[in-house]
Design a protein around this ligand. Structure first.
Ligand code: ATP
Ligand code: MG
Length: 224
């Protein structure tokens, strides 16, 4: 579903240029959960920003369903991103003056989702799956860190994207919350999911493991 070829991003800081992402080739198929591990600063978030089209590469390509993303018009790229690619940000990303359900639905309504009722119904059923339906009308400040993270995950899945890119989705979470989230990811057979993490409990049976160091990645294989 997603493939990168020679994907490279250079950054310059204090007069020095370095490759934050250095000629990365990877491939992830429908039904696959890819887990990317590596030390802080090795380039995980930069790679995920490139794959989800938030930033543009200096070299190399990203293919989505066989289509070269860079060859699409800006309008088509935006449409593809809105409909089919979800990005779960590192850290806290809910809007504090909106309720949980509003947080889940609002971005998609702003991106042109027409049927608000349907979206809310989907949001509620996902909240139920994450055992937090009773919190739909509450504000993020009234939730625990784990509940806020689960709400952000519901927001990323509610519109049925094909690719979900999750940057450290389980950081700061306890074992139970981590388990709930990973179980959910592993059940998504119709999607491809990319996870970056420091948390080795994400290396579950069946995930594809890649390790990153200094901008380069190495395929470690499927965990058994
Ligand atoms: N906009 C930028 N300009 C210059 N350098 C940057 C920029 N963004 C990131 N970097 C640098 O690029 C490298 C890769 O950063 P990145 O955020 O991808 O790391 P990471 O693997 O996600 O780290 P972490 O595990 O801490 O989240 C780091 O050395 C970082 O300081
Ligand atoms: Mg990061």
């Amino acid at each position: 579903m997603v493939k990168t070829e020679g994907l490279t991003k250079n950054y310059t800081r204090q007069g020095k240029t370095f490759q934050a992402v250095d000629h990365v080739d990877l491939q992830v198929e429908k039904g696959e959960v890819l887990v990317l591990t590596g030390p802080s600063g090795c380039g995980k978030s930069t790679l995920f920003h490139l794959i989800s089209g938030i930033i543009q590469p200096d070299e190399g390509q990203v293919y989505f369903d066989g289509q070269k993303i860079s060859s699409l018009s800006a309008a088509k790229r935006t449409a593809l991103r809105r409909q089919h690619i979800s990005y779960i940000l590192q850290g806290d990303s809910l809007l504090y003056n909106f309720t949980v359900l509003e947080n889940i639905c609002l971005p998609h309504l702003l991106s042109g989702w027409k049927d608000k009722k349907e979206l809310e119904t989907r949001g509620m059923s996902l909240l139920e799956e994450f055992r937090m339906a009773d919190l739909a009308g509450n504000y993020p400040a009234e939730l625990s860190g784990g509940e806020r993270r689960r709400a952000a995950i519901v927001r990323a899945f509610v519109h049925g994207p094909q690719l979900v890119v999750a940057d450290e989705p389980t950081s700061d979470l306890d074992e139970e919350n981590t388990g709930i989230i990973l179980d959910y990811f592993m059940r998504q057979k119709e999607k491809a999911i990319l996870i970056s993490t420091h948390d080795l409990s994400c290396l579950r049976t069946g995930v594809s493991h890649y390790a990153m160091a200094k901008g380069r990645i190495e395929k470690k294989g499927i965990i058994d």
